[in-house]
Write a protein that binds this ligand. Structure first.
Ligand code: 3AM
Length: 197
């Protein structure tokens, strides 16, 4: 999980490259990676593997290992409701050459989760990438698409229940990123709210 980075004073510091995400259950991940494979066969590019399909909530980037506990603590303070995520359409960003799945109606609870998370992270003095841009929830399915004019597929909507979010470390290699979940945070479900009464 850690990498060594040079510092301005010539020393070295251990860091982790991290982000927060929603992680689909295995069946949803399988379905989405199948869609990714089929699209990549037509349009070229690199399909997301079943084991790495996710929806990014907040990308942090390199964090000193000594700050990881603060990062986890900040995320633990986030209070947001569980919700169902329904992915019902596909899109392609020509400039980024990314094929993605998204939702035509973004659940308000998802917007609230992303916003509460960003606020908590910034309050703990972590930089959140693209924090000033509007949150656009999407699941990246194919990167480096070669033929952006390829017709987008038409599938039945896919839903997955989101009852927690995760902190993930990402190790970059020459080929592709390897992800490892390092913490998990529950969202508030009806059962949990009753339990707290
Ligand atoms: O969820 P997606 O695939 O759109 O592109 C990276 C990926 O997004 C994004 O964080 C997610 C997990 O790796 N990412 C990587 N580097 C980034 C950066 N410097 C970044 N997002 C913003 N700034």
């Amino acid at each position: 999980m850690s990498a060594e980075r040079g510092t301005q004073d010539g020393g070295w510091v251990e860091t982790a490259r991290v982000f927060f995400a929603l992680w689909p259950p295995p069946e949803a991940a399988q379905h989405l990676s199948d869609v990714a494979d089929v699209f990549a066969q037509c349009a070229g590019g690199r399909a997301t593997r079943r084991t790495t399909v996710h929806l990014t909530l907040a990308f942090i980037g390199d964090v000193k290992l000594e700050r990881l506990a603060d990062l986890k603590r900040a995320a633990r303070h986030v209070r947001a409701e569980a919700f169902d995520l329904t992915l019902d359409h596909f899109g392609l960003w020509h400039h980024k050459r990314i094929f993605w799945a998204g939702c035509s109606v973004v659940p308000p609870a998802l917007v609230e989760l992303a916003s509460a998370l960003r606020t908590a992270l910034q309050a703990a003095e972590f930089d959140v990438a693209d924090a000033r841009r509007n949150f656009f929830p999407h699941v990246t399915l194919v990167r480096k698409v070669m033929a952006p004019g390829t017709q987008l597929p038409n599938h039945a909507p896919l839903s997955w229940p989101c009852a927690h979010f995760v902190l993930v470390s990402s190790s970059l290699s020459a080929k592709r990123a390897a992800y490892r979940m390092i913490a998990e945070y529950p969202l508030i479900t009806a059962a949990l709210s009753l339990g707290e009464l």
